[in-house]
Design a protein around this ligand. Structure first.
Ligand code: ADP
Ligand code: MG
Length: 733
């Protein structure tokens, strides 16, 4: 093993050196870094292709500079002239944020000015924004307000190989927009779009609007250029789908990566990942470690275990710096993964599959891959969608190992056997083939695309899935008998940035007079792992949870957390304003500390609580903009539980004779998840919001209801339930 001194001397400059470096040097270094990226050598060629063709497909190894550079090339080539924008879609919000921040830095501006981003519940753009990074879902939402996407000269669909549902829908939609924008001269806009255009001053500047009495015309904003970018080589599918578009390959650099497999299957992959991390740390030469985990909860427990065990490292050993990265991490923390480890430390990055292709983190030389990913799975026959941890595909495993060989030869430790690798699927099935499509179908309908079955999908979802989604929307009342968006319910549901079921619940709650409670519950349901239970303090954490626990279930428990938080922290801080939170960016250091202490003392995950409060504020804004009042039912939780039953009747389950539960609509046998406050309580009938599959099917986020409420509140769906016979699940659809 090399001596410690020689290890240190290999470190790149640390943050202290950075501070000393002048601003100008920093800019020059950035410029040099940009020029050395593989994509720099084909910049002109790419711009030429975009100028002369409608659609360009760009293929390049992860890290070659596609996401950060190509939009800047187009910007320099004049694609933002006349106030037009370049939109770049990302499947993941972390990528949208971190990449926009990076590009802003490269362009010498602040994020939110010329370079901005837009993700659900967070819009960091301004009227001067020219490069807009956004999640694919957000661009779909923009299309609702501006069907021609008239502000954009170019749309870049990034990470196309990920084939998320939203990306797939965008493919078809953007093809249509291209066709319509090509129609020379003027485009016709219906009267009902007048408001959305009239209100948009930025768009007004860009387009000349004049009226001929009954309808509006405006000058066309020119053709829409599309760039589809992917990290994998199967271009043919994309090129064929986009009418024979040209593909340009960006030659990447890839150093060899040595792959290691385990001899036998690992019973506990977290423990295996932990051991491997320390083994690398003690035995291998310098270089950061990237560990792929499945979600926030897992990352947080790994983070704690690593920190804890790192305290037992010999004094002379290199320090271990643990940095997590996942979607729910506050954006100011997300950029930390990009900072080099300080002198005398090795960085261990714990990431979800965000780090597979969306983000390129410099300095990684070792990858630890348990071979798993959290994915949505959908059974079109039962209509049930669940979250499950499933094996990655071969293509994903290869992408992951590739992350070790970006700057030098590296090593990848796969925590499974070589045999298991051979059995993996070659590629991942596109999301559109394995998800509930209710949300997408609703959006298509809201865009005026009524023939969903006939939509130009690159890969068609099964007919059963589409029909099931239509049925689901019909049951919610979002579609009328003709299969069109109902007025006003369907329109309203489609306007919320929420799953249709949750959007409907918000609307129902304003009728029940408990929208304040529903708002809190849905905000809390939108975040992962609110309670945190360290492995060594399970008893203490469970005791702390008792303060909030409601015997009626998890939804009211969630509400209690927000209520007690408001009483003890918000009110204490600013004297009585329960509704607004002090958790915004301007919160003083002192307030931050009070909040942190409160969360620690109560075993609450501060990051999750912070996000939930933020989401609550956003949904409240949507409610208010629709003129829907925020009303509280006070202490009368019966009202709220009835409202939950009326909203989530599709997710009801009844206890069976053997103590398990049966989901009434899918007839699936399920159990109450150990994390639920109702675990071990065995109520007769419940509604739930989540289905998790591990070795068995668990329901989570549960509230007990009276089974008689179902036929009363959802008579269209439930015939009278026979109470004497708990196995009977009489349904009528
Ligand atoms: P691609 O999209 O082809 O995968 P990117 O444009 O994301 O490539 O990245 C290009 C380069 O920029 C990579 O070497 C990456 O390490 C670097 N980079 C990207 N974002 C950051 C950041 N926030 N901080 C430092 N380097 C970054
Ligand atoms: Mg990229």
């Amino acid at each position: 093993m090399p001596s410690m001194a020689s290890r240190y001397s290999q470190r790149p400059s640390g943050p202290d050196d950075d501070k000393r470096r002048s601003f100008k040097d920093g800019r020059r270094a950035l410029l040099e870094q940009r020029r050395s990226l593989p994509i720099a050598s084909v910049a002109e060629k790419l711009v030429e292709h975009v100028k002369k063709s409608d659609t360009l497909v760009v293929i390049g190894e992860t890290g070659s500079g596609k996401t950060t550079q190509l939009p800047q090339f187009l910007h320099s080539a004049g694609f933002c002239k006349g106030g037009m924008m370049i939109g770049i879609t990302q499947p993941r919000r972390v990528a949208a944020i971190t990449v926009a921040t990076r590009v802003a830095e490269e362009m010498g501006t602040e994020v939110g000015k010329e370079v901005g981003y837009s993700i659900r519940f967070e819009d960091v753009t301004s009227p001067v924004t020219q490069l807009k990074y956004m999640t694919d879902g957000m661009l779909l939402r923009e299309a609702l307000l501006d069907p021609l996407l008239s502000k954009y000269s170019v749309i870049v669909i990034d990470e196309a190989h990920e084939r998320t549902i939203h990306t797939d829908v965008l493919f078809g939609l953007l093809k249509g927009v291209q066709e319509r924008r090509k129609c020379a001269g003027f485009s016709h806009i219906h009267d009902n779009k007048l408001n959305s255009i009239g209100q948009d001053t930025a768009a007004e500047k860009r387009v000349a609007v004049f009226s001929n009495g009954h309808s509006l015309f405006r000058k066309s904003t020119g053709p829409l250029k599309l760039v589809v970018m992917s990290a994998t080589l199967d271009t043919k599918g994309f090129c064929d789908y986009f009418n024979g578009a040209t593909a340009v390959y960006v030659q990447g650099r890839q150093f060899p990566v040595q792959i290691f497999y385990t001899y036998t299957a690992e019973a506990d992959y977290l423990e295996a990942a932990l051991l491997t991390t320390f083994q690398i740390h003690m035995e291998e030469s310098l270089g950061d470690i990237l560990v792929f985990l499945t979600g926030q909860e897992e990352i947080e427990s790994m983070e704690r275990l690593l920190r804890e065990r790192a305290t037992h490292l010999p004094e002379t050993a290199l320090k271990l710096l643990v940095v997590p990265i996942y979607a729910a991490l506050p954006s100011e923390h997300q950029m930390r993964v990009f900072q080099p480890a300080p002198v005398g430390a090795r960085k261990v990055i714990l990431a979800t599959n965000i780090a597979e292709t969306s983000l390129t983190i410099p300095g990684i030389q070792y990858v630890i891959d348990p071979g798993l990913v959290k994915a949505r799975a959908y059974n079109p026959h039962t209509g049930v969608e669940s979250l499950a941890i499933v094996p990655v595909s071969k293509a994903q495993a290869q992408q992951r190992s590739g992350r070790a060989g970006r700057e030098a030869p590296g090593k990848c430790f796969r925590l499974y056997t070589e045999d298991s690798f051979a059995k993996l699927d070659d590629t991942t099935v596109p999301e559109i083939k394995r998800c509930n499509l209710a949300n997408v179908v609703l959006q298509l309908k809201a865009l005026g695309i009524d023939d969903v079955l006939g939509f130009d999908f690159m890969d068609k979802p099964s007919r059963t899935t589409i029909v099931k989604s239509l049925e689901h929307l019909y049951t919610l009342g979002a579609l009328n008998d003709e299969g069109k968006l109902s007025d006003p319910l369907g329109f309203r549901i489609s306007r919320f940035p929420l799953e249709p079921l949750y959007a409907k619940a918000m609307l129902v709650s304003s009728e029940f007079g408990c929208s304040k409670e529903m708002l809190a519950a849905i905000a809390m349901l939108s975040v992962e792992s609110l309670f945190y239970t360290p492995r060594d303090k399970i008893k203490e954490a469970n005791n702390a949870k008792k303060r909030f626990a409601s015997q009626d279930g998890d939804h009211i428990t969630f509400i209690n957390v927000l209520r007690i938080y408001s009483l003890e922290v918000d009110e204490g801080q600013r004297g009585g304003d329960v509704d607004s939170s002090t958790l915004d960016r301007r919160a003083s250091k002192k307030t931050e500390k009070v909040i942190r202490n409160w969360c620690t003392a109560n075993y609450i995950n501060g990051r999750s609580l912070r996000r939930a409060i933020d989401i609550r504020k956003q949904i409240q804004g949507h409610m208010e903009s629709m003129g829907l009042p925020i009303i509280s039912c006070g202490e009368d939780m019966l009202v709220f539980r009835r409202c939950l039953a009326a909203s989530f009747f599709l997710n009801a389950a009844r206890r069976q004779l053997d103590g398990t539960y049966r989901a009434l609509s899918s007839r699936q046998t399920v159990s109450i998840h150990p994390s639920s406050v109702l675990h071990g309580k065995k109520p007769e009938c419940v509604v739930f919001n989540e289905l998790v599959r591990t070795n068995r099917s668990y329901i989570r986020s549960i509230t007990q209801i009276d089974s008689l409420w179902l036929p009363e509140l959802a008579p269209q769906y439930y015939a009278a339930l026979d109470l004497a016979n708990p196995t009977q699940t009489s349904l009528q659809s």
